[in-house]
Design a protein around this ligand. Structure first.
Ligand code: GRF
Length: 266
């Protein structure tokens, strides 16, 4: 008997992926329950989907937090356990060509918002956090506190492209503009980079001559609604394991990466 996984979902927008997860929980396709829904945007329409079902919701208004920081950076109320040097060293969101002051400002303002998210999340026990159209990059400060046990990742994201192609906020748009003949979506664990974490599942579909960005988005979302609950179910069944792979390549090069291994169904 698989125990019901407690899933916390974070959203920014319409929440159709949240809806797919809720529906899969209801139909029994997913041995899970959504225990809370959080958002960075007070107007996120998806919040209503949770409220209708009596699921607790919370909002951390990122826009307000970052605006307050920009106005008066000196007054930043940082969480007591925030160590800027450590977070700066770990983050893989911005390269070393970016002005260090900008990097620090970004990390500090995000940590303020992330501390508020974590405080709300602490109220309700969870086994997994699923980002479902949560349009904010998360820093190592947040990621490490969700993955309190380093050996077991429990922060998942769905991305609208076949990673590692087209990370960022507009995966379908980037795929389309590039002239790709295949589009797709990816569910992955979150690491310190931008959409770079170990891949759990992917779905691909052909791009046809008559397709537009709109039809690609539509078909992509339909794939997402199936893929995300499937990946969460694999997690619920304890079938996901992350393994560090090291490959020796010609010319003495090495390729090292954490990959997800999926155990066969019991
Ligand atoms: C999805 O395409 C997801 O992959 C991306 O943002 C979109 C969210 O859609 N990260 P919704 O809010 O779940 O409808």
């Amino acid at each position: 008997m698989v125990k019901r996984l407690r899933v916390g979902v974070l959203i920014s927008g319409g929440g159709t992926n949240l809806q797919a997860i809720l529906d899969a929980c209801e139909s029994g396709r997913l041995t899970a329950e959504v225990v809370f829904v959080g958002s960075d945007t007070p107007q996120a329409a998806g919040l209503e989907r949770a409220r209708r079902r009596g699921i607790p919701t919370f909002v951390v208004d990122y826009r307000a937090v970052t605006a307050a920081f920009r106005e008066n950076p000196g007054a930043a109320a940082l969480p007591a356990d925030f160590r800027l040097e450590e977070i700066r060293a770990k983050q893989g969101l911005m390269g070393n060509t970016v002005d260090p002051a900008r990097v620090d400002g970004f990390l500090v303002s995000r940590a303020m918002a992330e501390a508020a998210l974590l405080a709300a999340m602490r109220e309700i026990p969870y086994d997994l956090i699923a980002l479902a159209g949560f349009m904010r990059t998360l820093t190592p400060y947040f990621i490490d506190r969700v993955n309190s046990d380093r050996a077991s990742l429990r922060l998942m994201n769905i991305h609208p492209a076949l990673l590692p192609a087209f990370p960022g906020t507009d995966g379908y748009g980037d795929t389309w503009r590039y002239g790709c003949k295949v589009a797709g979506c990816t569910v992955h664990f979150v690491d310190y980079g931008e959409d770079t974490g170990p891949i759990i599942g992917q779905r691909a579909f052909p791009i046809r001559e008559e397709d537009t960005l709109e039809t690609i988005r539509r078909r992509g979302l339909e794939q997402e609604w199936e893929l995300y609950p499937e990946c969460i179910q694999l997690f619920a069944e304890g079938r996901l394991r992350t393994e560090r792979m090291v490959h020796e390549l010609p010319g003495g090069r090495r390729f090292e990466r954490s990959v997800v291994r999926i155990a066969p169904a019991a």
